[in-house]
Structure formats: structure tokens, C-alpha cells
Design a protein around this ligand. Structure first.
Ligand code: ATP
Ligand code: MG
Length: 395
């Protein structure tokens, strides 16, 4: 007879999805699908079940031991998760107390403090939470080396959660990234430069449940191991599968020769948004996002943002970093893991455009300047013809 394979169960709690009404099921299903996709092509098939306001993930205990927490920590929609021992709902307090006490034995130490935390989602279970905590706590003091309970700042916490169909016992609660599951809130085209800001903007849009595609304008066409492709790949751990549209700066650069360079930056910004809007229309993408931040550089004054945004006809452009401090953006970029790549040297077309740009360009003036292009529509079309999509996947 084959030995029975041991299973490890994870309890997964979501945050904001719990506030949803009738469409909660769609969000739960998307979360389940995203976790499954992230585990694809890895050892062991997980069994993920949607329960009443939580999910369970069951997998052979030898598989993906290291990778599962890494995946759950970066899956939007998850508030927290824990590796748990699942007990039948009918388990009585005595049985639960014995199990938690034997777990406590492993860490027990007379110098450490502990607490028991009980959550009864099923209020029909008796006794009440406070009494459960008191009884198990007393048992641990009596049977292990722990001497003291500390309810406010304990060294160790032993938790149990009583649900209508099962009871979970666990020691460590790990926070997830929060937000909504990617894919539950439309698709956004993020203008990705090689800098610090735009990857953070992509992260913030993905956190609100958007699927992410990228658009990058290049001087020299980036290869698969280029900085920009590396950045996009790094983000797939949060965003899942994405497309990267690589557009040449060349056609715009050839067309701009007769125009006053003071306006080039804003003209190029308008051009980028126009290309982005066309790609959105042709590829069922719902919105655009950039890493713009009010007042950070010349192109980001209110006047210049207005003059830039005016180029869009039917598509909203999100600027999720608009009110953040540079320090906050940098620390978020370090936390999501893109900072090191972002600060590597790289040739971005915005960095070769004259940086002494006008800080206050009116919409009427920029339209006048744009009128000086010989064949603006052709420049747009040539750029679109030379724009290539590449699939970027986390696996
Ligand atoms: P970042 O750190 O994201 O490069 P930044 O502070 O350097 O931002 P800018 O260079 O003015 O600011 O760019 C503002 C935004 O314009 C970027 O966040 C990005 O969304 C977009 N952008 C700039 N350059 C490019 C590019 N080469 N391709 C695509 N989008 C770009
Ligand atoms: Mg930049």
C-alpha cells in the first residue's frame, strides 16, 4: 500500500472583496484563478476552494513549501494568510485545547509570553470566544514551560478560527498585499519609462484590480534582457501575465526637426498619449496610466499636464502617483522590488529631449506648435506600424 501523502492547508482571507455585494463571487473566482495561475508549471497541483468569506488552499506538504508564501504575499486581493491545521467543526474544546497545547510545547519557554486568539465566525459554537481563550490559556500554563499570558504584546500568538464547516488552528498570520484581484477591474496600458516612478504606478493600478499592459518608447530597440524588459518581468509577480508594446521614438524624432525645442517635451508627451489611445482602442484596453507626479519635473506642472492630457479624445489617463512625495515613491519601489533595476543606467528618449522645457505651456500654443508637423498622422501611423507587442509572463 502506498503511504498516504501529507497535505498542508493554507487559510486565505481577503479584505475589500468582503465588502462586495452580489458580485462578490466574481472577485472570489478571480482571486482563485490568479493564485492557480501563479502556481502553474510548478510542482504539485493545489486544491483551492472558495468558502464563506475565505479561501482554502490544499497542497502536498512537500510541494512548493518555499514558494507558496512568496506567491500569496504578492497576490492582490489577499489580506492575510496562514498555514493551518484544519479540524472538523464538531471538534470539542478539549480536543482543540490539546492540539494547541501540543503546538505550544515546541516554542514554550519560561521567559516568553503568549496569548490565545479565538475568532468565532460561527456563533453557534459554545463556549464563547473569551471563555475558549481563557481555558486553552490555562491549559498551556499548566502543561508547558510558558509562565505568562500577555494580551497586548505577546511573543507568541496561538490562533483558532471557528467557521460553520471547519475549525482552523494556526500560529503565524502573514499579511498579503491587500487591494483587489488583478483582472477584476479592467485593463490598463501603463506608459513605462526606465525610471523609478512608472513601475510604481503600474503596481498601484494592479492593486486596484487592473490587468496591466505596458507601452515603452525606445531610442534603441530593447532586447529580452534589457532593463525595460527586466522591469516588466519583475512586475509580473504582482501583475501576472502582461503585454509589452515597444514603440520607436524614431518617427517622432525625424518629424520634429523644424519645431522649437522648448515645446518638444510636451509635444512628445501628447504623442505618447495618442499612440497609447490608439493601442487601447485596437486591443480592448480600457484606460492609460503614467507615473506623473505633480511638480516633480518640467513636464509635470498643472499647465503642462493639461496641455498633455488635451491630446486624449476618449480614454481616461490615471496618474496614481500624483500626490505622493518622491521619498514615498522610492520606498514603495524598494518594497515591490523594482528600485534596483530602475536606478541602473539606461537611455530613455525622454532623457535625450531638451530638459529646459517650458514649464507653462497653454493648450492653444501647443496645438499651434503641433500644426507645424508636416505629416503628423503619418508619423502616428508609421510608429504604430513599427510597434511590436511581446508577452511577458511570470513563469
Ligand atoms: P519615471 O521615473 O517613471 O521615468 P519621471 O519622474 O522620470 O518618471 P518623466 O520622465 O517626466 O518623469 O516621465 C513621466 C511619465 O511619462 C513616466 O512616469 C511614464 O509614465 C511616461 N514616460 C516617460 N518616458 C517614457 C518612455 N520612454 N516610454 C513610455 N513612457 C514614458
Ligand atoms: Mg523618466
Amino acid at each position: 500500500m502506498k503511504p498516504k501523502k501529507l497535505k498542508q492547508t493554507y487559510l486565505i482571507h481577503y479584505g475589500e472583496i468582503g465588502l462586495k455585494g452580489k458580485n462578490r463571487k466574481d472577485f472570489e473566482f478571480q482571486l482563485k484563478r490568479n493564485i492557480k495561475n501563479r502556481m502553474k508549471h510548478r510542482e504539485g497541483e493545489p486544491n483551492i476552494e472558495i468558502k464563506n468569506k475565505y479561501l482554502t488552499l490544499e497542497i502536498e506538504s512537500t510541494s512548493q513549501k518555499e514558494t507558496i508564501p512568496q506567491i500569496l504575499k504578492t497576490t492582490f486581493g489577499i489580506k492575510w494568510f496562514a498555514a493551518v491545521e484544519a479540524l472538523p467543526r464538531k471538534s470539542d474544546l478539549d480536543t482543540i485545547s490539546k492540539i494547541i497545547t501540543s503546538r505550544a510545547h515546541a516554542k514554550a519557554d519560561s521567559k516568553r509570553t503568549f496569548k490565545i486568539s479565538c475568532k468565532r465566525a460561527d456563533k453557534t459554537y459554545t463556549p464563547k470566544s473569551a471563555e475558549i481563550e481563557r481555558q486553552i490559556g490555562a491549559n498551556i500554563i499548566a502543561k508547558t514551560d510558558y509562565k505568562k499570558v500577555d494580551l497586548t504584546n505577546p511573543d507568541d500568538t496561538y490562533s483558532l478560527e471557528i467557521n460553520p464547516t471547519e475549525i482552523f488552528v494556526y500560529d503565524t498570520k502573514t499579511p498579503g498585499p491587500g487591494g483587489l484581484p488583478v483582472g477584476s477591474n479592467g485593463r490598463v496600458l501603463v506608459l513605462l519609462s526606465g525610471g523609478i516612478d512608472s513601475p510604481v504606478a503600474a503596481h498601484m493600478m494592479a492593486k486596484r484590480g487592473c490587468s496591466i499592459d505596458f507601452l515603452h518608447f525606445y531610442v534603441n530597440e530593447p532586447g529580452d534582457d534589457s532593463k525595460i524588459m527586466k522591469l516588466a518581468k519583475e512586475m509580473t509577480k504582482f501583475t501576472g501575465k502582461s503585454r509589452m508594446y515597444l514603440a520607436p521614438y524614431l518617427h517622432f524624432n525625424l518629424g520634429i526637426t523644424e519645431i522649437d525645442t522648448e515645446y518638444e517635451l510636451v509635444l512628445f508627451r501628447r504623442f505618447m498619449l495618442r499612440i497609447a489611445e490608439k493601442l487601447c482602442m485596437d486591443n480592448k484596453i480600457d484606460a492609460i496610466a503614467t507615473g506623473d507626479n505633480l511638480g516633480q519635473v518640467a513636464s509635470q506642472t498643472i499647465e503642462n499636464l493639461n496641455a498633455t492630457n488635451d491630446a486624449l479624445e476618449n480614454t481616461v489617463c490615471f496618474r496614481p502617483l500624483i500626490g505622493m512625495d518622491k521619498e514615498e515613491i522610492i520606498s514603495l519601489s524598494k518594497r515591490i522590488g523594482t528600485y534596483i533595476t530602475s536606478i541602473q543606467p539606461g537611455k530613455d528618449c525622454c532623457s535625450i529631449i531638451d530638459r529646459h522645457a517650458r514649464t507653462k505651456v497653454s493648450i492653444s500654443k501647443i496645438i499651434e506648435e503641433e500644426g507645424k508637423f508636416h505629416s503628423y498622422d503619418k508619423i502616428i501611423q508609421d510608429t504604430l506600424n513599427d510597434t511590436t507587442p511581446k508577452v511577458i509572463s511570470p513563469n
